[in-house]
Design a protein around this ligand. Structure first.
Ligand SMILES: NC(=O)c1ccc[n+]([C@@H]2O[C@H](COP(=O)([O-])OP(=O)(O)OC[C@H]3O[C@@H](n4cnc5c(N)ncnc54)[C@H](OP(=O)(O)O)[C@@H]3O)[C@@H](O)[C@H]2O)c1
Length: 317
């Protein structure tokens, strides 16, 4: 049986839809039905259900945004760093493979070395996080997500050639799937496209993004194809700026409707203005490299095309 933790959440619901649509038997577990943060409770559940794979979509994201994590540090640390450790330990004891939803928000920048570049290299799976408690430059949320990867066995290693790499210090027993700024065609307060259409002012930045339904499909395929365990950046190939996404929105049917209703898209002058007016804690803006996933044969739609498709098939609430 496939066990889905955090099934009530935004990402967990997408996994539920995918498994359901493919007729794959799974058990959707909520905290209300089972305290899966308790190792012995989780262990009993996995034994009873004869678990074959555990998908962990549980975590603390902060609502309406990561600023909320600054005031809910216990929940954030528990959900993003301690819980993944419980899941891994129990799964390893029972010899059950697992997949954990990690995040690209543990990086800042695009690895273009400061050059103006519309196609920057992006961070690979072996680059150590540069937006974490260890760098002392991050939000509490990002810090706990990077700590989660450490608790799952990863850490910085100094190579003989002087390079620092992010390596699993143990034998890998599961997947870490890095999600980044989810969106799809369903209007929702959690959808990045809805956020851009509803926020009063926007911060322009270049990012990798993940189409939510493509993300869960790609994660599932990692397991279905038995790709090697380890970290995968699961984002749509390429990167895009907020202004470029807004331009795609403007040209779409929903954008034209918003335009006719008088919607203006306004931007902060820069990140300092954004930080002084609209945010409590620094945001990660970053580009991830997706070659590891595609070289495993898992193909996602290029990011601009995926956004255009979502806008063309937009479903209002
Ligand atoms: N959404 C994003 O933008 C995004 C981006 C990158 C990565 N991620 C990661 O994806 C995972 C799922 O995110 P999501 O957007 O689906 O979150 P969500 O909608 O807030 O759902 C969170 C899920 O986690 C469960 N949970 C378990 N322990 C928790 C705790 N200590 N605090 C809060 N919730 C807890 C919740 O259960 P109950 O229903 O019982 O509360 C719920 O099922 C998280 O690990 C997150 O860091 C999300």
């Amino acid at each position: 049986m496939i066990i889905l933790l955090g099934a009530t959440g935004y990402v967990g619901s997408a996994f539920s839809r995918l498994l359901h649509s493919r007729g794959i038997p799974f058990l959707a577990v909520s905290r209300q039905s089972c305290d899966y943060s308790d190792a012995s409770t989780l262990c009993s559940l996995l034994r009873e259900q004869r678990a074959s794979f555990v998908i962990n979509c549980a975590g603390y994201t902060g609502k309406p945004n990561v600023d909320a994590c600054e005031g809910q540090k216990y929940d954030c640390l528990q959900g993003n760093a301690l819980l993944p450790g419980v899941v891994k330990t129990v799964c390893e004891d029972l010899n059950v493979a697992w997949g954990h939803v990690s995040s690209g928000c543990i990086f800042t920048g695009d690895r273009s070395s400061g050059r103006s570049d519309n196609n920057p290299a992006g961070f690979t799976e072996v680059n150590p996080p540069n937006f974490s408690f260890r760098q002392n430059n991050c939000s509490f949320y990002s810090g706990t997500k990077a700590l989660g990867e450490e608790i799952l066995g990863y850490g910085e290693v100094l190579c003989p050639d002087g390079q620092r790499v992010w390596e699993n210090k143990e034998e890998a027993t599961g997947y870490l799937w890095r999600l980044r700024i989810p969106f799809n065609e369903q209007d929702s307060a959690r959808n990045f496209l809805t956020k851009l259409m509803t926020y009063n002012r926007l911060l322009d930045a270049r990012n990798s993004l993940s189409h939510l339904d493509e993300f869960v499909r790609a994660c599932w395929e990692c397991w279905e194809r038995r790709l090697a365990f380890g970290i995968y950046n699961v984002t749509n190939p390429g990167s895009i700026t907020t202004r470029e996404v807004v331009e795609l929105i403007r040209q779409s049917p929903i954008g034209k409707k918003l335009g006719a209703a008088g919607k203006q898209f306004e931007f902060f002058k820069n990140e300092s203005e954004f930080m002084s007016v609209a945010a409590l804690t620094p945001r990660s803006n970053c580009v991830l490299d997706t070659h590891k996933l595609s070289s495993g044969g898992i193909v996602m739609t290029p990011v601009a095309e995926a956004i255009k498709n979502a806008l063309q098939t937009w479903k209002e609430r």
